[in-house]
Design a protein around this ligand. Structure first.
Ligand SMILES: Nc1ncnc2c1ncn2[C@@H]1O[C@H](COP(=O)(O)OP(=O)(O)O)[C@@H](O)[C@H]1O
Ligand SMILES: O=C(O)C1=C[C@@H](OP(=O)(O)O)[C@@H](O)[C@H](O)C1
Ligand SMILES: [Mg+2]
Length: 199
């Protein structure tokens, strides 16, 4: 169905990109890659340590290099970090695949991330404001995805996986029908060269 095209999961911190990526990959017989895990393995440092010792700009460079490397191969589900959408350059890689936005309400994220110590951009003194601010900066970018999955408070990870699989199948079917329609149109109205000898 996907012909090896990569799937990119995007969305805010805590939406479940890392969690649903693995079962999604298993379903399609794809390999799962998480850009944060890839960076941690390559550098031998945690994301928090990279931010603390080298700064966000260096982290973003590592993130783009990772995205470029993993995008060079097919048959992958790629869970990205929430900030991947911020660099224009990253979109040229994302656009090679199907981009899926997991859209989760801030209240749910707040609950999930309350005790998280591994996301250096979170300020736990005012987590709600912090998340709203980040979302305001990024919402229009996430909305550029091919597929948007709206996740409610009560949706389990398994339900999100199943809904994502269904949405991908729908998108593939729509594309197949469009291709078929275009082929039919091309067959019905063959391209005619202008003959200069006929007025
Ligand atoms: N559908 C879900 N329902 C409940 N908890 C979830 C769900 N999806 C993810 N989580 C939990 O939320 C937290 C953040 O998930 P994670 O996959 O790390 O998000 P991301 O990679 O998008 O930052 C984890 O503790 C994970 O177990
Ligand atoms: O939103 C962001 O800018 C970030 C999200 C994190 O990944 P998750 O989205 O998997 O939490 C991680 O890449 C880093 O802490 C920065
Ligand atoms: Mg993650």
């Amino acid at each position: 169905m996907l012909n090896g095209v990569n799937l990119y999961l995007i969305g805010m911190m805590g939406v479940g990109k890392t969690t649903i990526g693995q079962p999604l990959a298993r379903h399609f017989g794809y390999q799962f890659v998480d850009t944060d895990h890839f960076i941690e393995r390559a550098t031998g440092q945690s994301i928090s340590t990279i931010f603390a010792q080298s700064g966000e700009a260096i982290f973003r460079q590592l993130e783009t290099a990772t995205l470029a490397e993993v995008s060079a191969r097919t048959c992958k589900v790629i869970a990205t970090g929430g900030g991947i959408v911020l660099k224009r350059e990253n979109w040229s890689f994302l656009r090679h695949g199907v981009i899926i936005w997991l859209d989760v309400p801030v209240e749910v994220l707040q609950n999930r991330l309350r005790h998280d110590a591994n996301r250096p951009l979170l300020h736990h003194d005012d987590l709600r404001e912090n998340l709203i601010e980040l979302l305001n900066e990024r919402q229009a970018l996430y909305a550029q995805a091919d597929i948007r999955i709206r996740v409610a408070q009560t949706d389990t990870a398994e339900q999100v996986v199943q809904r994502t699989i269904a949405a991908i199948a729908d998108a593939c079917e729509q594309k197949r029908q469009l291709d078929q329609h275009l082929e039919r149109l091309n067959a019905e109205v063959p391209f005619q060269l202008h003959d200069p000898n006929k007025n």
